[in-house]
Design a protein around this ligand. Structure first.
Ligand SMILES: [Zn+2]
Length: 273
């Protein structure tokens, strides 16, 4: 699967406001090496999907992606400043988690980096979902957290990196699912039940369902390996199609002229894999 250029409206027609990208210097000396690496690698310009949807939407204000020291683990969308903030602390935690898994068993040496990249990709797309809901005033029924998890998964599945194989995309998405699972504290109490996010385990299975639903034959192993129950798996192809169509319909009216397309054209682009 190659990165696709989609310009059905034509090259001459205007794109929407471009995203902006910024690497803020941290004050903490401990985060300096991460800041240097992220800036040198130009991480934000190398996130598939974010790059492909840059300029695609008729946003009322430009959206800025920022890496910064936050004082805690996290990533968030700030409506007041129209910024998506990815914390250096998050990069550090993800890398450490990747290292722990690497040490625990037989994984290749670049696993921690791949794990970090995969999760950064999912996290940033999840926050992009919050930003689009806000900026485009999109209707959401149900929990917004679930809806933007779905969007992040769809964007990852449909906008791969240059020369990235479908298997690599799925691997990244499964690493993101794994991270959601490892974040679960296992402590089920009123706070967990009342949280705006579903339980880590539920977010994990929801992602597995969306992956499985794209191609039940190819990903049959997700069920045989116990990463999805057969009962849930049955409905996943329909669920995946429904989620994809819903997001397509929500976003189509907001495409910039350069990217304008009909629903039929969009389905041809995005449901062909
Ligand atoms: Zn969220």
């Amino acid at each position: 699967m190659r990165a696709r250029t989609i310009e059905p409206g034509g090259k001459q027609r205007p794109a929407g406001p471009a995203f902006e990208y910024q690497y803020l210097a941290p004050e903490s000396p401990a985060l300096q090496p991460i800041y240097t690496r992220v800036r040198e690698a130009d991480l934000l310009h190398r996130l598939p999907a974010v790059q492909q949807i840059d300029g695609m939407f008729q946003l009322p204000r430009p959206l800025r992606y920022v890496t910064a020291e936050c004082g805690e683990f996290g990533a968030f969308y700030v409506p007041e400043t129209t910024r998506i903030v990815l914390c250096y602390e998050t990069l550090r935690t993800l890398y450490e988690r990747g290292q722990m898994q690497h040490k625990a068993g037989g994984l290749d040496p670049d696993y921690p980096l791949r794990y970090t990249r995969a999760n950064v990709r999912f996290i940033v797309l999840h926050e992009t979902g919050h930003a689009l809901v806000d900026l485009l005033d999109l209707p959401v029924t149900g929990r917004q957290e679930d809806a933007v998890d779905q969007l992040a998964a769809m964007l990852m599945l449909h906008f791969s990196g240059v020369d990235e194989s479908p298997e690599q995309v799925i691997e990244s998405l499964r690493m993101a699912a794994n991270w959601l699972l490892t974040r679960s504290t296992g402590a089920y109490d009123l706070d967990a039940y009342a949280d705006e996010h579903a339980l880590g385990e539920q977010r994990y299975f929801n992602l597995q369902c969306l992956i499985f639903g794209t191609d039940p034959v190819r990903y049959a192993e997700i069920v045989t390996a116990g990463d999805l129950t057969p009962a849930r798996a049955k409905a996943c192809p329909r669920e995946t199609r429904q989620v994809g169509r819903a997001w397509l319909r929500l976003l189509l009216p907001h495409l910039a002229p350069k990217y304008e397309m009909t629903e039929a054209e969009a389905i041809r682009y995005f449901e062909r894999r």
